[in-house]
Design a protein around this ligand. Structure first.
Ligand SMILES: [Zn+2]
Ligand SMILES: [Zn+2]
Ligand SMILES: [Zn+2]
Ligand SMILES: [Zn+2]
Length: 244
């Protein structure tokens, strides 16, 4: 039997921003006609197959439509089910790269998945009349206008997207705020005092360390001079050093 998570696929959230597993169907559908996507679903997760594999076992070659499964979903399924075929539950599941589907899917036009996630959240906020309105306003100020092929999305998210989260320069001193290009400078201005305090704290920690270090140095100096004193004593009294 197939274990399908129908309920999960119905939830209104972006399932996969990492782009490693199958592609979120709601995201892809937002810029493509359903007709185009009909035969591109992953059999297992019901999203759009990423790195599509075609199942081609002899056991069920009478199956009329091509059966696609995303590579990650298929590997996971085979792992968890002792390599039994997800369609026929028989041994020796036979599959190949679904090259035609892959080519087609990689050409699909999509919007920025971060922007799509934000749009979803805003919709949810309006529906439930709750949620953090300040972030809502913040995010509305900035809109990622990316629209391109799926294969271009990874590069977009890494290098161009204005909604890419950034770390504050003062993170190593304790500022954990997550920022974006558009409010980075503003944050530095607004949080100037907090950042100065973080730096002052850090400086006093360093000063303590220096003091500890120096007192260690002093101790070493005292020990050294004690040793010298004792060696002098030995020398003066004509005794020979004992070897250990
Ligand atoms: Zn899948
Ligand atoms: Zn099979
Ligand atoms: Zn973007
Ligand atoms: Zn900061």
């Amino acid at each position: 039997m197939l274990l399908l998570h129908e309920e999960e696929t119905k939830t209104k959230k972006l399932n996969n921003l990492s782009l490693e597993g199958c592609y979120d169907k709601n995201w892809i559908s937002s810029s493509n006609k359903p007709r185009l996507l009909r035969n591109l679903q992953c059999l297992l997760c019901k999203q759009i197959a990423n790195n599509a594999m075609e199942i081609i076992c002899n056991e069920h070659e009478d199956h009329k439509e091509t059966v696609l499964i995303g590579e990650k979903c298929l590997k996971q399924y085979l792992n968890e089910h002792n390599n039994k075929c997800p369609i026929g539950n028989h041994d020796h599941c036979n599959y190949v790269k679904g090259q035609t589907a892959r080519n087609f899917i990689s050409e699909l036009k999509v919007i920025c998945p971060r922007q799509f996630g934000i749009d979803l959240n805003i919709k949810t906020n309006i529906e439930t009349k709750e949620g953090d309105t300040s972030t809502e306003i913040e995010t509305k100020k900035q809109y990622c206008i990316f629209k391109g092929k799926i294969e271009e999305v990874k590069n977009h998210l890494q290098n161009e997207c204005c909604l890419k989260p950034l770390e504050c320069k003062f993170k190593e001193f304790g500022c954990d705020d997550i920022l974006f290009n558009f409010n980075f400078q503003k944050h530095l201005q607004l949080k100037g005092n907090q950042h100065s305090n973080l730096l002052l704290n850090n400086i006093s920690i360093l000063q303590n360390k220096i003091q500890q270090y120096q007192s260690n140095e002093n101790n070493t100096q005292i020990l050294k001079s004690k040793i010298e004193e004792q060696e002098q004593y030995i020398h003066n009294n004509g005794m020979k050093k004992k070897k250990k």
